[in-house]
Design a protein around this ligand. Structure first.
Ligand code: NAG
Ligand code: NAG
Ligand code: NAG
Ligand code: NAG
Ligand code: NAG
Length: 306
């Protein structure tokens, strides 16, 4: 998808002349348990499905993708409670679904696909989060996109949580969608309403203090998945244009997929990298491999036409 093509070229072209040392391949953990891969695969499919108009324009139908793109979702009992499209600022798009097979309430955001999304990606100046997180500064485009959208979606989520008290709440998304899921999970998750977070190719959302805050607030429930040398998860902190003014950090833990583009992913292809700004994973890679951004545990375009 063209999504981040624009964003990333503009961010990184000025830095193409830089050479970085090859990543120190120090592996914190070689692979993940099979259950972890099962969940990551499920939410990779949910994130891909947010590109499908059949989901983001839906109410009451099953979550779908183009044939063969979401094989797990095809087999399980899902219902879109409400699709959403074009919420501003950000042109936020995706769907809220109930998954009766896995007993989940899933909020899934689409990655950047439209002018409205790209404009927001570029609003990388930061704003402080007052109150709940002293010292935290976050991407202002993502912050206001989530802030406005939250007023629309949280009442529905609270209603579903009351209706299905045993179900887990999951926020997920690819790219831009991962950033919105991150802010949502961190700002709305509470002891009474825990929210688990699964992001794929998520850009950096805020500064070091915010990264620490996320790690503390999603402990055990935060999965930031990256793929090989995907440029998006490291774009802000490695762009001189951005980093001369703003400090961006990556969050921990990272689940770093090391298999190639268009390849299936096995448990031994995922390395768990601990520590904020750890360069042993995606952050230590270089280059503009946009295909790596669009392939996670499957094709991140759930549908080709929307
Ligand atoms: C975002 O929400 C604020 C406060 O509710 C509102 O004043 C503003 O108009 C909204 N912005 C957009 C672009 O919808
Ligand atoms: C917002 O997203 C919708 C759905 O993809 C699209 O039709 C529309 O053109 C987008 N608007 C802007 C301003 O990007
Ligand atoms: C937080 O973000 C601001 C703005 O990017 C930056 O100046 C500051 O150094 C950051 N501080 C920490 C501790 O993360
Ligand atoms: C900003 O990005 C450049 C290029 O990637 C890098 O060499 C530099 O160390 C970065 N600066 C900071 C403060 O992270
Ligand atoms: C992913 O899907 C898109 C849209 O259907 C298609 O254009 C692209 O070739 C696919 N990519 C891979 C690696 O299969």
């Amino acid at each position: 998808m063209l999504t981040s093509t624009v964003v990333i070229f503009c961010f990184l072209v000025p830095s193409l002349g830089w050479t970085m040392p090859a990543a120190d391949i120090h592996l914190e953990r070689r692979d993940v348990p099979p259950e972890t891969l099962t969940w990551l695969t499920l939410f990779s499919e949910y994130s891909a499905a947010a590109t499908c108009a059949a989901n983001f324009n839906s109410q009451g139908s099953k979550v779908v993708c183009d044939p063969g793109v979401c094989p797990i979702l095809e087999q399980i009992d899902t219902t879109v409670i409400t699709g959403f499209m074009g919420h501003n600022p950000g042109n936020t798009t995706g769907f809220l679904a109930v998954d009766k097979t896995n007993e989940l309430i899933v909020l899934s955001f689409r990655g950047s696909r439209t002018q409205g999304n790209w404009v927001t990606d570029f609003e990388y100046g930061q704003v402080p989060i007052y109150g709940i997180c002293p010292g935290c500064y976050v991407h202002h485009g993502y912050y206001y996109a989530w802030g406005n959208f939250s007023q629309y979606i949280m009442p529905s989520i609270n209603q579903l949580a009351a209706q299905y008290p045993r179900y887990h709440i999951i926020f997920t998304g690819h790219s831009f969608g991962g950033a919105l899921a991150t802010l949502g999970a961190v700002l709305e998750g509470t002891a009474n309403r825990p929210i688990s977070l699964y992001t794929f190719g998520c850009p950096q959302v805020g500064n070091h203090t915010f990264a620490q805050f996320i790690t503390g607030n999603t402990a055990g429930n935060g999965y930031r998945v990256t793929h090989s040398d995907d440029p998006v998860p490291r774009a802000f902190s490695t762009s001189p244009e951005v980093n001369k003014t703003w400090q961006y950090s990556t969050t921990s833990p990272e689940f770093w997929i090391t298999s190639g583009n268009d390849m299936p992913v096995t448990t031994s292809d995922i390395q768990v990298i601990w520590g904020i700004d750890n360069k042993n994973g995606n952050l230590g890679t270089t280059g503009l491999d946009l295909a790596a951004h669009n392939w996670y545990i499957g094709n991140m375009s759930g549908c080709s036409t929307n």
